[in-house]
Design a protein around this ligand. Structure first.
Ligand SMILES: Nc1ncnc2c1ncn2[C@@H]1O[C@H](COP(=O)(O)OP(=O)(O)OP(=O)(O)O)[C@@H](O)[C@H]1O
Length: 602
């Protein structure tokens, strides 16, 4: 006993103090402390059995248990606060009762029990149970050419199979819902799957090396459209992803050289779909192009032949020179009733622009958009670009069918804030008039100088009108941007490729007419600019032509449009234009990846 007495530690006063100080309210801990104090008196007197009781009560586990009890008591008195505001109304009891109800419930559908007659030799098999709901399973199958085995050809990203993490491309299907697939065609397997409801059980031999998708995520802009339903080559039509020109696609899998998996960023929640790879789509485009009846290239058309209509135009042009020049002068002097001069709105400049793509000079120097869409890259890699405040502003390009209001909107924008928005001063080879100033209305240059600017690719757009050349140079645009202003220019769509450089980072806004009924109403007092007439009113044919041209432009060049504005009410269109320009300059936008890599190189 003495030994045990010696052996027993005296009550730890320090420890007890600590527990009293930290928790004076503790009921059981406190009682235990007092009992131990009492016992320590008998302990020294060696009363029979006291040592045993003392050791028991002094044991760490009992003390820990009592501490936990005390803590729980303390929390019981505290008010529990739910983590989310809408859970305020829930009481603790309600939550526990909900939990118990759910825990006791058997949810549908019940998975079938695993077959118990799996032979030893089938160790390498995997049983996969997927619950089919409204969604497709998200996997495609194929037959191995040599062995005839039915294999999982690909697992679609974001689909049911991929989310289960149980099926991989290359897995061999052995059974579907207990039916052996040996000797079956993929179509027959699909039929079995189609007939199945609820749970589908696959027996598979797992691929030895499940593919790992380590490629980085790539985003592309579709430069062409694709309709899987019209493509007989697609391995699985239902898994195809249709897209239109200009759609931004996230390429999530490029493991297959021919068929990539992609999803539209406008629809990120859906599972991916199959799209032709860059290489395959290019091949398809080329095949399609060659299969079309021969059409002389639009570039060549104008150099080779001048149609009767154009010859007529030329005759009429001659007759109208006087009226034209007069009206130009009037335009200059009146200056649109402005308090300040805005360059680039001259009638001659606007008319030459319209004819620019017909010009032989133009044709010999650059290839137009028609060419581009036939043989150009079907996907353009894009990245998110956010202009930094120290960067120059992005060039704003407006385009639309003649008469839609491109110049009206551009003019209103500049008038609204001339210290922020500006046009570039164009170049011309015509002689300066007495009231004009070099560098204000135009930069007046010789024909040789103008042509050298064209051949050195310093002209963004140019054309010939009444024997004179007119155009806008890169430097003229840069002059505006360097001044810290936003340069707004209008452009014919066939010139779009020339401005798409990392230097200018253009943001292209397409101005579109509204429907005929609205246009008839809104354009009652509008004036059209033509080669022959000054201030002519819009006729129904003009509005119809505008609508047709707008459709053609969208079909052919829609992939380049960053934003589309329907110019119905001028007031609304101006407000939309302002807001679009602000977003272009201040919010992240998709731009060609080459613009950004060029930035880092320089
Ligand atoms: N939303 C609108 N509502 C009413 N009139 C409009 C509207 N937009 C433009 N207009 C008028 O339509 C006429 C043609 O517009 P504008 O000259 O800007 O056309 P455009 O697209 O620049 O084509 P072009 O280069 O052939 O002149 C002008 O009289 C203009 O004031």
């Amino acid at each position: 006993m003495i030994q045990s007495d010696k052996g027993a530690d005296p009550p730890d006063k320090k420890d007890m103090k600590l527990s009293t100080a930290t928790n004076p309210q503790n009921g059981l801990s406190q009682i235990l402390r007092l009992v131990l104090q009492e016992l320590s008196l008998f302990y020294s007197r060696d009363v029979n059995g006291v040592c045993l009781l003392y050791d028991l009560l002094h044991s760490p586990w009992l003390r820990a248990l009592l501490k936990i009890y005390d803590c729980l008591q303390e929390f019981k008195e505290k008010k529990l606060v739910p983590a989310t505001p809408h859970a305020q109304v829930l009481s603790c009891e309600a939550l526990l009762s909900a939990h118990d109800t759910i825990a006791q419930k058997d949810f549908e559908p019940l998975l079938p029990p695993l077959p118990d007659n799996i032979p030893e030799s089938e160790e390498a098999m995997r049983i996969v149970c997927l619950v089919k709901n409204q969604q497709p399973l998200g996997a495609t199958i194929k037959r191995h050419e040599m062995t005839g085995d039915i294999l999982v050809a690909r697992v679609i990203h974001g689909g049911l199979a991929e989310r289960s993490g149980l099926l991989y491309a290359g897995d061999k299907l052995v059974e579907v819902n207990g039916v052996s697939v040996e000797g079956l065609d993929p179509e027959q397997v699909i039929h079995i799957l189609g007939m199945s409801r609820g749970t589908i059980m696959f027996k598979v031999v797992p691929v030895s090396d499940p593919p790992v998708n380590s490629q980085k995520m790539v985003y592309v802009r579709a430069m062409t459209e694709y309709w899987p339903q019209e493509d007989p080559d697609i391995p699985c039509m239902d898994a195809g992803l249709p897209f239109q020109k200009g759609d931004i696609l996230q390429i999530v899998d490029q493991n297959d050289a021919l068929w990539w998996q992609a999803r539209k960023i406008s629809d990120p929640a859906t599972c991916a779909g199959l799209v032709p790879s860059n290489h395959l789509l290019k091949r398809k485009q080329r095949e399609f192009w060659w299969s079309q009846p021969y059409q002389p290239h639009t570039c060549l058309k104008s150099t080779l032949s001048i149609s009767m209509e154009e010859e007529d135009d030329m005759k009429i042009d001659e007759k109208c020179v006087e009226a034209e020049e007069l009206s130009e002068d009037k335009e200059e002097f009146v200056g649109y009733g402005q308090k300040f001069f805005i360059a680039g709105f001259r009638r001659s400049m606007r008319l030459c622009r319209r004819k620019s793509h017909l010009s032989p000079l133009h044709a010999s120097v650059c290839c137009t958009g028609g060419c581009y869409s036939a043989v150009g890259a079907p996907y353009e890699e894009v990245v998110r670009y956010q202009r930094r405040p120290s960067d120059k502003y992005r060039l704003i390009v407006l385009m639309g069918p003649s008469g839609v209001g491109v110049n009206e909107l551009r003019r209103q924008l500049i008038e609204f804030n001339p210290s922020h928005f500006q046009s570039a001063v164009p170049h011309t080879t015509r002689t300066k008039k007495s009231y004009e100033m070099n560098g204000r209305e135009y930069h007046y240059v010789s024909k040789e100088t103008f042509e050298s600017l064209i051949y050195s690719h310093r002209m963004l757009e140019y054309g010939e009108y009444k024997g004179h050349l007119y155009g806008t140079s890169v430097d003229a645009v840069q002059t505006v941007l360097v001044e810290g202003k936003i340069c707004v220019m209008d452009l014919e769509p066939q010139d779009i490729q020339v401005v798409r450089t990392h230097e200018l980072k253009p943001y292209v806004i397409f101005i579109k007419p509204s429907n005929m009924r609205c246009m008839k109403q809104s354009r009652k007092n509008a004036k059209i600019i033509t080669d022959y007439y000054v201030d002519m009113k819009f006729k129904d044919e003009d509005l119809q032509e505008m609508e047709n041209l707008a459709q053609r432009m969208e079909t052919q060049f829609g992939q380049f449009f960053d934003h589309v504005i329907v110019n119905d009410s001028l007031h609304d269109a101006c407000a939309q234009l302002l807001s679009a320009i602000q977003k272009a300059q201040e919010e992240p936008q998709w731009v060609p990846a080459t613009w950004i890599s060029s930035d880092t190189e320089t």
